[in-house]
Unconditional design. Structure first.
Length: 404
């Protein structure tokens, strides 16, 4: 599953606990491969499966380049959202939901995941199977396993991928996906594939590349195991009252829907929120000039699939529109395309003025948002924690060319 850098999304990659080798100047890829092959056999993978797989595994320099690369520009919510929740994707999603309706309703009965959500995940992950990746998964994982940066994690994923090839009778040559090893219609990493994949079409194999039934059934099983709350939505777009204290936003400020209602928050069309005791928190992904959302428990479940608030909103809104809604009520603001250096410069300015936001890294995490809020309060700005242009100017940040 993909990961995104964003203005409002600090991302992590889980680490396995397996010991793992790493390539150094005196320890080349061929030697690393030999040790990895021996490790796979020691973990119970049949030697003939290991020999067949490793005969095709090669070092992929492009994988290391992609692992080391960081985006030059920081993705804004309007840019992210508008590229993912599109009219085409909504229309295609509705067609596919109708096509697969009998199966999707069976999955809802068994796993509790509504059809429009499963189709939305499918659309976000691979454009409904239109692009599942082209990189050789085993070679990609071996390359990363033999690199010291995240060797332990990717060694574990490689071992699991080999066990998958054996269990599901997969041809290593057909195991293609993302540069980091995500696979199939739903872009499962090997560990998720091994644990949650389900044979949905009854052919005796859980094949997430070639079987839409397997992929959708596996997605439903995965979401169910992540804790999907049946009978509730992901969240909703809302309107915040005049003078809303944006320090009350974020996961750490959860209240019941009825409590948010009492504070003056309404639905996006101005109607009253329901009298619900469901726990929710306010998400403002583009600052006070953009849309606002109340996020429920299932929002956090979506983030367990991909730890990004932008992704969770996109999945939720795409699902809404596939199910027939008209989309966002609030308009998306035209935000500057800051570079990572711009954000690092702001972080340094905040540190210099006594707002401890940590080492400047160009990523908008909680500490940076808190620092911006305090800076905004001091300068009588709306304290939404968002690095708007007026914040940059007031802080004296010299922006990259084109953002001045």
């Amino acid at each position: 599953m993909k990961r995104f850098f964003s203005l409002f999304s600090g991302l992590t990659v889980a680490c396995a606990t397996l010991a793992a080798p790493a390539v150094s100047a005196t320890d080349d890829f061929a030697q690393c491969k030999t040790r990895l092959a021996a490790k796979a056999v020691s973990q119970g993978v049949a030697k003939e499966v290991v020999d067949n797989a490793f005969s095709t595994i090669t070092y992929v320099n492009r994988v290391i380049e992609l692992d080391r690369s960081q985006p030059e520009f920081v993705t804004t919510f309007p840019s992210y959202y508008s590229k993912r929740v599109t009219n085409w994707r909504v229309s295609k999603g509705r067609q596919l939901m109708q096509k697969h309706w009998p199966m999707l309703t069976r999955l809802q009965q068994k796993y509790g995941i509504p059809p429009h959500y499963l189709v939305a995940f499918w659309g976000l992950e691979t454009n409904f199977g239109g692009y599942k990746g082209t990189m050789p998964v085993l070679s990609s994982l071996a390359t990363l396993a033999c690199d010291e940066r995240r060797s332990t994690y990717f060694t574990g994923e490689l071992m699991t991928a080999l066990k998958l090839a054996e269990r599901e009778y997969l041809n290593p040559a057909n195991m293609v996906g993302s540069w980091a090893g995500a696979m199939g219609h739903t872009q499962f990493m090997p560990s998720a594939y091994y644990k949650y994949a389900v044979d949905g079409d009854g052919d005796g194999q859980a094949n997430l590349w070639d079987s839409e039934a397997d992929a959708l059934t596996s997605a439903a099983n995965f979401l169910n195991n992540l804790g999907w709350n049946q009978g509730t939505r992901w969240g909703r777009e809302v309107v915040l009252p005049e003078g809303f204290d944006y320090r009350e936003s974020g996961y750490g400020n959860r209240r019941s829907v009825i409590d948010w209602k009492a504070l003056g928050i309404t639905q996006a069309d101005g109607s009253a929120l329901p009298d619900s005791t469901l726990s929710a928190y306010v998400v403002v992904p583009a600052g006070h000039e953009g849309p606002a959302f109340l996020a429920y428990q299932n929002f956090r479940v979506i983030m367990r699939w991909n730890n990004s608030e932008f992704y969770a909103i996109a999945v939720g809104e795409l699902a809404n529109q596939i199910a027939g809604s008209d989309g966002l009520v609030a308009s998306l603001p035209d935000l500057p395309a800051y570079t990572r250096n711009d954000i690092m410069a702001l972080q340094q300015k905040l540190n210099d003025e006594g707002y401890d936001v940590g080492k400047p890294d160009g990523i908008m995490g909680p500490a940076t948002r808190s620092g911006i809020r305090e800076f905004q309060l001091k300068h009588n700005m709306i304290a939404d924690g968002f690095p708007a242009m007026d914040v940059m100017k007031k802080a004296g940040v010299k922006l990259a060319a084109g953002n001045n």
